[in-house]
Design a protein around this ligand. Sequence first.
Ligand SMILES: *Cc1c(COP(=O)(O)O)cnc(C)c1O
Length: 416
Amino acid sequence: MGPAADPDAAALDASDPLAPLRDRFVQGGDVVAYLDGNSLGRPLTRTAERLPSFVREQWGEGLIRSWDEEWMELPFTLGDALGAAALGAAPGQTIVADSTTVLLYKLMRAALTARPDRRRIVLDDDNFPTDRFLLEGIAREDGLELDVITVDRTRGVSAEQLAAVLSDDTALVVLSHVAYRSGHLADMRELTRLAQESGALVLWDLCHSAGVVPTELDAWGVDLAVGCSYKYLNGGPGAPAFAYVRHELQGTIEQPIQGWMGAADVFAMAETYRPADGMRRFLSGTPPVLGMQPIVDMVELVAEAGIDAIRAKSVALTEYTIRLVDEVLAPLGVAVASPRDSDERGSHVTVTHPRFREVTAALWKRGVIPDFRSPDGLRIGLSPLSTSFAEVRLGIDAIRDELDLASRRDDAATVG
Ligand SMILES: *Cc1c(COP(=O)(O)O)cnc(C)c1O
């Protein structure tokens, strides 16, 4: 037990204003500490009820009529609700559609059409693979140059690093708001300002921040953003992604997958494609209505809880995690590979140890679920609306036990 100045898990849970909302999530099964909400958020009980009634009523009884009544507009109405609840985006700039990868591709290409005379794209070597792979392909197809910033893997891209590579030939900068590996939280406002000063457009990947770290996309003058909805937005496996395009850009950029749903008059069945005004032009095919249902519920819950309160609990959870790692796991050789300053940290804490691959496998068997990132990283994801401080305590103690067991196996092998 720590000194009085360090409250324990029970005290932290007792004084947590968001604690009652944990009951809104589906619980049960053998999981005792879910520490991977940053990869796949838990479902809401409301969603468990909504899906069967959606099938029976909107789909089963409304049938094709539901397209007119609600579904055609859902990419926009849900996008607007998400923009208001979590992104700092006024209506008419956010859609829900496609997968993250496809929306990233569409907006990367759209940005490049707006900067036809520029030949360079800036990214970093620690961005998520899909972001890097897409840019690799686009650069190859168009003969463009990639300026790859090499980052410290316990951190992310700094303003100094970005400033050093920008030039009047930079067309596009692609960055993650929260680094998927380290959890580093980028200074979105400052990095956006820097890139725009050089005349480039910026595309932000919000996968690891949407629903947990607030953004002010409008106020910070962000050009473009894409994020996924199955992490902190609890949309479920393969849930569609979202995209934000600043008002001023919408009329001037065009995305490459010109399908009928993005056309000016969808049901005109026109001879040739003419892009719709506004956000509709960023759609391609039929909206994934079924996949959007869980997001509707979670966006409502984020609005009810308040994104600032969610962020406050996220900070408290990551601070508590780091304190326990220092107390309990550091003596066993575990190091913190995430920023220690909460102003520079998203909602997960990455720790490293050479035995974490086997330790993670053992933890999963006992219902303690973090995730492993090669070669030696264990990510502890803290999803503020569904994770308690008690789960964190239990998880850290389980990691200690499994590390102990692993080193005793070594000792036994050496003696034997
Ligand atoms: C999870 C994640 C993705 C996932 O892309 P999908 O198309 O949904 O598979 C992309 N970028 C980042 C930064 C992520 O964390």
